[in-house]
Design a protein around this ligand. Structure first.
Ligand code: BG6
Ligand code: MG
Length: 218
């Protein structure tokens, strides 16, 4: 494959905000009497805020009106935003910065493909906004992961064909989206959870551009 574009999910790939989403959903769950497991939480990763709430309500077998759902989602988001407003560059996950530098050094374009409406706030907080040639977030797309839109839009903004792109994702929904976009997929996290990815790495520590080229040449 002739690698021209690397697309990164944000939450759980570049920064560990997945833990803040989890904490905020747990707090909401506590308030409305819904318990959910770590395994249930995998289903909330990568999907939009509203879809996450629907999944949570489904787990708790609760129903709410559209207005109540708006209020619950915005409550959760308030707590989440309190967490991310405390973030700084020290929260960039190990190995991410050198890897981004290597890609850019080789002339490979770098894009963000995140479902989050808070993506720009997070990138600003950790000082990464200028690293990306294109930023596609939850404010730009109408169809959330596992729909491929978030990734195909990034590629088309940079005039790159999907077959020249690789996607780094920590969520099942994101891997599915990238596969549907006809892109190479690298899971970041647990190989069992991310079993549909072409390849899985535990994180970017000890993962270099030559490792990526080796994986893509397999
Ligand atoms: C994704 C997260 O990146 O963004 C999901 O993996 C989250 O867990 C989604 O629900 C939407 O985020 P936000 O910040 O718009 O609520
Ligand atoms: Mg993620």
């Amino acid at each position: 494959m002739n690698l021209q574009l690397a697309i990164f999910d944000l939450d759980g790939v570049i920064v560990d905000t997945a833990k803040y989403h989890y904490l905020a959903w747990m707090r909401l769950g506590d308030e409305i009497g819904i318990e959910f497991t770590k395994q249930d939480n995998e289903r909330l990763k990568g999907v939009s805020r509203m879809r996450s709430l629907d999944i949570l309500l489904e787990i708790g077998q609760q129903e709410r009106t559209a207005l109540e759902k708006e209020q619950l989602a915005s409550k959760k988001n308030g707590w989440y935003v309190d967490y991310i407003n405390q973030m700084d560059a020290s929260e960039i996950l190990p190995g991410v910065l050198p890897f981004l530098d290597e890609l850019r050094g080789e002339g490979i374009k770098v894009a963000l493909g995140s479902a989050s409406k808070n993506a720009r706030t997070i990138l600003d907080r950790v000082g990464l906004t200028d690293y990306f040639h294109a930023i596609v977030d939850g404010n730009l797309v109408s169809k959330a992961k596992p729909d491929p839109e978030v990734f195909t839009l990034g590629a088309s903004l940079l005039n790159i064909e999907p077959r020249h792109a690789v996607v780094f994702e920590d969520a099942q929904a994101g891997i599915e989206a990238a596969l549907r976009a006809n892109m190479m997929t690298i899971g970041v996290g647990d190989p069992h959870t991310l079993k549909d990815a072409h390849y899985v790495i535990p994180g970017f520590a000890n993962f270099t551009l030559s490792d990526l080229h080796r994986v893509l040449a397999r």
